[in-house]
Design a protein around this ligand. Sequence first.
Ligand code: C2E
Ligand code: MG
Ligand code: MG
Ligand code: MG
Length: 284
Amino acid sequence: RSKAEGRNTYRFFEAKMGEETKERRLIEHELRQAISDGELSLVYQPQMQIDSGEITGFEALMRWHSRRRGDVPPSVFIPIAEESGLIIQLGDWALLEACSEAASWEEPLTVAVNVSAVQLHSQDFPQKVRDLLLKTGLEAHRLELEITETALIKDMDRALGTLRQVKSLGVRIAMDDFGTGYSSLSNIRAFPFDVIKIDRSFIKSVDKNKQAAAIVRAVLGLGRGLGLPVLAEGIETSDELKFLSEEYCTAGQGFHLGQPASIEHFDHIVRASTHFREKKAAAS
Ligand code: C2E
Ligand code: MG
Ligand code: MG
Ligand code: MG
């Protein structure tokens, strides 16, 4: 390869990297704007008990409908928001929106909100959560914060302190995407989780794939031993659901059980059933 060719390749990379940085900056700028322009929304995905099929709550997932770009997926904008620190504002927005929404439901279902490492480690996080519960009137046990292993290992002592403070409010903590991070088994014991969410990469074809099945069984055993419920993420087929049911997995979430959708879609679930209303009327 000639020297000139090498130089050109270098220039090409340099130009490309420059473009990528510019693009990220641009997205960051637009995202900042998106909050005030009302381009963000939350969709909700049902979480259910596997044995009864009962919906116990919803996970709130952020959506960005950009006027300029169309729908931008969280896998694109969340990392940019995390790097720029903008995730604090986005996260505050999501927490307020999800808690206000859940506080308006007639059924006392839980709402799970994703919290990134940057938010968790921000100065006043426990205080923020406390204020939010007071402001919205949502009962603490109906809020579940989903935190990934990766968020915890950044500064474990601090994360543990923060989680303990949040938990003392009565808020629930879920370990999200379990199995994909770097955390060791001792971390699960140290952190005050209420539920373990097995990452969807292990649920995919769990009914056919021996390795996936072995891992899922091990996590279910772990949950059982620790007295923690386990929720399987990303259930896409009835065969995967059947496997999980036969293995006594506590809870599940996935396209097969319910797609994430705007909350209006779940109106009939969050509104008190006539049965429930009759029971309440009879009791009073
Ligand atoms: P996550 O918290 O693990 O959320 C689950 C993701 O799996 C969601 O993707 C959901 O739409 C998707 N999913 C659910 N069921 C299935 C299924 O059966 N099959 C497949 N293939 N996927 C399924 P989404 O909404 O694109 O979000 C991706 C990630 O972005 C989330 O992963 C979470 O880490 C992050 N995220 C989303 N909303 C927020 C937020 O408000 N704050 C923060 N910090 N992160 C968020
Ligand atoms: Mg999650
Ligand atoms: Mg997850
Ligand atoms: Mg994830």
